[in-house]
Structure formats: C-alpha cells, structure tokens
Ligand binder design. Structure first.
Ligand code: ADP
Ligand code: MG
Length: 258
C-alpha cells in the first residue's frame, strides 16, 4: 500500500510539473509564432517600406527572447526527462556527492567558493544515483548563484551528511549567500518561481528537486536567513533495517527480533 501511495504521489507531482511546463512554454512560443508570421507579412514584397525596419528589428529581438526562453526551459527539463533513470536501488550517498562536486568543480572555482565536507558515514539509501546527482547539482548551483559577490574570499559552501534517526539519512547543502525572505521561501518549490533574471533562472530547479526527492520516498526542506545564508536539507531513506552500529554486532538485538 505504501508503494502505491508513493507512486500516486509521484504521478501527481510529475503531472503538476508537466502541466505548468506546457503552459509556460506555450506563452513564449505563441508569441514567437505570431511575430514570425507578422515579419513574414511585412517582408513579403509589395507592402515593404524601409521605414518599417526599426520596428521589425524590435519584433525580431522580442522573437529571439521568446525562443531563448523556450530553449532554457527545455535544457532544464532535458536531463530530468531521460527515461532510463527510474530504477530505484541502494545508492552510495558519498559517491553521488563526489561525482556532483566534480560536475560543478569549474563553477566552484569561478565563484572562488571554499568547499567544506562534513561527511559522517551513512548507510546506502533508496533511490536513483543519477537523479540524486541532479538534485545535488541543482542545490550547489543555487548556492553559488546566491553569493552576492562572485569572487569574494568569504564564499563558502558546506556539504554535510549525517544520520537523523536509524533509517533517516540527512544530506545538507549549506551556503553563506544572500539568503531568502519568508515570502520567497514559501514559493521556491513552485515550478517557474524565480528571482533571477531571464537567461539565468527558469525557476524549474527546485520543482524538479522536489519531484525527484519525493519519488525516492524522501523529503526536502530549507532553512534560510536573509543576509546570512541558506541550508537545504534532504532526508533520504536508508535501505538497511537497522543503523550501521547495530549491524556490526553479532548478537541479535532486541530491535532486530521485534
Ligand atoms: P532558479 O535557480 O532557476 O531561479 P530554482 O527553482 O532553482 O530556480 O530556485 C528558485 C528560487 O529560489 C531562486 O530564484 C532563488 O530566489 C531561490 N533560491 C534557491 N536556492 C537558493 C539559495 N541557496 N540561496 C538563496 N536563494 C535561493
Ligand atoms: Mg536553480
């Protein structure tokens, strides 16, 4: 029953995402189409006059903006939409963290971000490694984009793993960037909510993270203070029945018997 509920959950959140993506792509695309047919008419021989050129250029610029907005959205969705990533199994969280950090290594350098790892040993969690990697990369990119100054000496990102309860594995991505107000926090998981300029943000990152974490049976939460920084917290479910401490013992524990 639990699995069924989870699957249902996942369908709704994917459905919500798909519906708003369709909507959000439709708007710029409709204006691209309308502009192109307008340009076509204006340029079709007999009615064309050179005085029209400045206006046509404006329409062209607007058309390019619409098209590049659609392209950003599609790029954000591309990695998410690969179909081969639904398999769920035990995954090694530390390996996924290291491969995500490798992916953003150049970015970290570009922002001059000091990276700190506080990695407590944790048992394998249930999920899909490449999906979890997408989540971490999204969180790391957001952390870097939150630094008020790109090359400041103070830019710091901390990645933490720890156990919260026997089966709850916590992964945190913490930054000392600009933080968020309560109004922003309330909307960050909404698809297409962004405070970033067009071309930098689509507002899809955290909506995708949320969908992925939910599909892994986990949770995602945030703590943030304006001017101080932000911590995103993932709670993932360990695939082991008991915590590692109890596993190492040869004596069957009370907990294992019940
Ligand atoms: P995008 O990055 O494209 O704007 P996201 O869904 O990744 O979309 O994030 C939504 C919004 O949440 C961002 O525009 C930003 O306002 C806020 N946000 C996310 N992560 C952070 C962070 N680490 N620090 C400050 N603000 C953040
Ligand atoms: Mg983002």
């Amino acid at each position: 029953l639990e699995t069924q509920l989870r699957l249902a959950d996942r369908m709704t959140s994917m459905g919500t995402l798909a519906a708003s993506v369709a909507h959000e792509i439709n708007n710029p695309l409709s204006s691209v189409c309308a502009n192109l047919s307008y340009l076509g008419e204006q340029l079709s021989g007999d009615t064309f006059s050179p005085e029209l050129l400045p206006e046509l250029r404006e329409v062209l610029v607007e058309t390019e903006e619409g098209a590049s907005r659609v392209r950003s959205i599609v790029q954000d969705l591309k990695s998410f939409a690969r179909g081969d990533e639904e398999h769920q199994g035990p995954i090694d969280v530390h390996r996924v963290i290291e491969s995500s950090l490798r992916l953003v290594r150049n970015e970290l350098q570009r922002y001059n971000a000091q990276l700190e790892r506080v990695l407590e040993p944790v048992p394998p969690v249930l999920g899909n490694a490449s999906r979890l990697g997408q989540v971490l990369v999204n969180l790391l990119v957001n952390a870097m984009q939150a630094f008020p100054e790109a090359r400041s000496e103070n830019n710091r990102i901390r990645v933490i793993t720890r156990m919260e309860a026997p089966r709850r594995v916590v992964v945190e991505v913490e930054d000392n960037g600009k933080g968020m107000s309560q109004e922003v926090i309330e909307r960050i998981f909404d698809p297409f909510f962004t405070t970033k300029p067009v071309g930098v943000g689509t507002g899809l990152g955290l909506a995708i993270c949320h969908t992925i974490v939910q599909s892994m049976g986990g949770e995602i939460d945030v703590r943030s203070m304006p001017g101080r920084g932000t911590t995103f917290m993932l709670v993932l479910m360990s695939t082991e029945e008991e915590d590692t401490g109890e596993r190492e013992s040869d004596e069957p524990s009370l907990a294992e018997q019940s």
